[in-house]
Design a protein around this ligand. Structure first.
Ligand SMILES: NC(=O)C1=CN([C@@H]2O[C@H](COP(=O)(O)OP(=O)(O)OC[C@H]3O[C@@H](n4cnc5c(N)ncnc54)[C@H](O)[C@@H]3O)[C@@H](O)[C@H]2O)C=CC1
Ligand SMILES: O=C(O)C(=O)[C@H](O)COP(=O)(O)O
Length: 369
């Protein structure tokens, strides 16, 4: 069995090595000649997968180590009888922690939310629902816009205007041009204008869901608006002026926890084995170590959330790195990304010193107590 994979995926040799030979190439440079003799192709979001890459190849299974798969022509794969899997949910915790860190590090938005503000979520899929669940257990209210879901299926589903009216608006839709509800430029000039001057907008979905030119124009007219972008139109080339106008700007790393990357590769290994009728190797191998954390007993609610989040991940350091070279080394920053662990990897060593409310908050954030 020949396996070709993106060299920036974590754990491919460890997890796929038992299935056959592994050849690694940078995802943006993957060409038809690299995959011609491969049986399994493993990609990330930067490789477009379709006829021009796969026509005439031996590939019978494609896996993408991502939640979104707008870079994959799934209709082509189905028509060719090529198996396909993505890794839904693998990096959901990572995205949630990015969003919570972003909120906790921007002005007093966390305090506003703890005092009754609402988070509006655009796109109520795996990540949108998990974000709502986490915020709800933290005592923060949410509503969501997702026209593809039946409105009555969840009482939190509302229309776009209601979401745009929230204290914080988080974009977690997939990128699609499908009618009748394309998400491409869903937040165009007119929709962006409907967002209150005092709201915080965070896009950790896909860049083209927000019209970047319209956003730049709005921010040049109203620089006091708060916007945090992890994803951009035309990555890896980004609009430097837009970057400078954002409160935080990061190079598409919201989903880049180490835990999430390992889980994605493992999910693809298991999916490939199922699709090709192979035995799935031992699931317990390669588990990541947990880390100890001592929590100060004098912190409550917003202060405690901020402290806990900062002890695991801070969006500020990613923002500072991105601005060093004005976003010019976007891909390099992603491939050199530090090993970031999730809150779920933390175990509290002084749980007995914390009260019930503090422990509940730690658990709500996914920490082991
Ligand atoms: N910044 C990052 O590092 C990461 C970004 N992502 C992005 O987040 C997206 C969401 O991930 P999941 O929740 O796992 O995907 P999902 O497929 O479970 O959910 C996507 C949701 O978007 C909804 N949607 C589609 N068109 C819409 C529209 N016009 N308006 C509102 N909602 C719409 C769909 O109905 C679906 O419920 C991914 O597709 C990916 O693009 C995911 C992980 C990491
Ligand atoms: O999972 C997704 O969807 C994402 O956006 C990934 O975090 C993107 O990461 P790469 O595949 O570009 O490494």
């Amino acid at each position: 069995m020949r396996i070709v994979a993106d060299s920036n995926m974590v754990g491919v040799e460890e997890l796929f090595g038992a299935l056959g030979s592994v050849a690694l190439y940078p995802g943006r440079e993957l060409r038809a000649e690299h995959v011609r003799d491969a049986d399994i192709l493993l990609v990330r979001s930067v490789t477009s997968v379709g006829a021009s890459l796969l026509d005439g190849s031996a590939v019978s299974f494609v896996g993408t180590a991502t939640s979104g798969f707008d870079h994959v022509d799934v209709d082509y794969l189905a028509a060719q009888g090529v198996g396909f899997a993505h890794a839904p949910g693998s990096n959901a915790n990572s995205v949630l922690e990015y969003v919570i860190s972003a909120i906790a590090s921007c002005d007093d938005y966390l305090e506003q939310l703890c005092a009754g503000g609402t988070v509006g979520i655009v796109g109520f899929g795996v990540i949108g629902k998990r974000l709502a669940a986490r915020l709800n257990t933290m005592g923060i209210a949410c509503c969501a816009y997702d026209p593809w879901l039946e409105r009555g299926s969840d009482q939190r589903l509302v229309d776009l205007d209601q979401v745009l009216n929230c204290t914080v608006i988080c974009v977690h839709a997939e990128l699609t041009r499908r009618e009748p509800w394309p998400s491409y430029h869903l937040l165009d000039a007119e929709a962006l204008q409907r967002i209150s001057l005092h709201s915080l907008l965070i896009n950790a979905g896909r860049g083209p869901i927000v019209d970047n030119n319209a956003l730049k124009q709005l921010l040049s007219e109203q620089p006091q608006r708060r916007v945090i972008l992890d994803v951009w139109e035309h990555e890896p080339t980004i609009d430097v002026e837009l970057m400078q106008r954002c409160f935080f700007a990061t190079p598409h790393i919201a989903g880049y926890s180490y835990d999430g990357k390992v889980l994605a590769t493992r999910m693809l290994r298991d999916s490939a084995c199922r699709a090709l009728g192979l035995t799935i190797p031992d699931a317990s191998s390669g588990q990541l170590e947990s880390l100890s954390l001592e929590v100060p007993a004098n912190l409550f609610k917003a202060q405690l959330i901020r402290w806990l989040q900062a002890n695991s991940y801070s969006v500020r350091s990613d923002d500072e790195r991105m601005r060093l070279n004005a976003g010019a080394d976007f891909d390099q920053q992603r491939s050199d990304y530090p090993r970031r662990r999730e809150l779920a990897s933390l175990s509290i060593v002084n749980a007995k010193q914390l009260d019930a409310e503090q422990l509940a908050l730690c658990q709500a954030l996914g920490i082991q107590c």
